[in-house]
Design a protein around this ligand. Sequence first.
Ligand code: BTN
Length: 312
Amino acid sequence: MLKEQVLELLAHNRASYLSGQAIAAYCGVSRTAVWKAIQQLEGDGVSVTAKTHAGYRLAADVLTPYDVALPAEVSLFFYESIDSTNTQAKRLLAEGLQGEALLVANEQTAGRGRCGRSFYSPKDTGIYYSYIFHPAQALSDAVLITTAAAVSVVRAIERTTALKPSIKWVNDVYLGDKKVCGILTEAVSDFESGTVESVIVGIGINFNTSTFPAALEKTAGSLQAQGVTRAALLQAAVEELRRVVADVKNPAILEDYRAHSLVLGKKVTFLKNGQAFCGTAVGIEPGGALQVQTESGLQSLSSGEISVRLND
Ligand code: BTN
């Protein structure tokens, strides 16, 4: 389709304007056809900047399907807008999707977070993606994917920016005292064999979101990184994610997780079996559980939420 050809051309020539004539010549069509294709892209939600006597180029940081390079065996699904890439991944699996797949969206209208919360996913300012793996592992090993996913994000941020992110157990990524990334891992399992058929790792990174809804204002932040595009960070993050998941039992991953931990040594409070506990986070177990020294002894927390006092 012409609009896809034009989008690919614009994505590969982000630095300069391309004249309608040049695009028309490259695609072997008329300038009117190019103009129509640009209108269609705009209609799809793709922001294209047009300049008189110069031509067209993609608006500053538009993410396109041509920005991520994947191995041939991985399918790419790209959405300008979708309810939730995790929900869509589940739909694709239910329809019989085979193999690994990456789903990316420029906007989510019903982004989902952990514990039934929503994830604020405004257009063009964040990186929202879900990766479908088929790990063929016991459920207990698949749980490690959650911690590994957090490591993949901090590694990607450190690879592409000068920022120093940290991880709040279990898998929120922070910059200073603000959450900049959330991860929702969902498993489709076969209870008879005890194996996980598919794991959907959904990751949302606030890249340059500048305003948040009132309820998130105090806790949410964004990377606001200079000199890196959403496309470059997405590419690095997907590469790191595939790398850690392929080697999920490698002790170096947990070491990296511990090294980036925002909670170790800090006072935390949490609920376990309906009881409130308070203590000091003292360790991360090989399975990813958090160890908390409380007055009544050592507690091991394998799931749930903790609240941490960051200024102690
Ligand atoms: C959390 O912070 O509680 C987890 C947030 C996970 C958000 C990502 S964005 C891509 C994927 N699709 C969703 O609906 N959620 C995840």
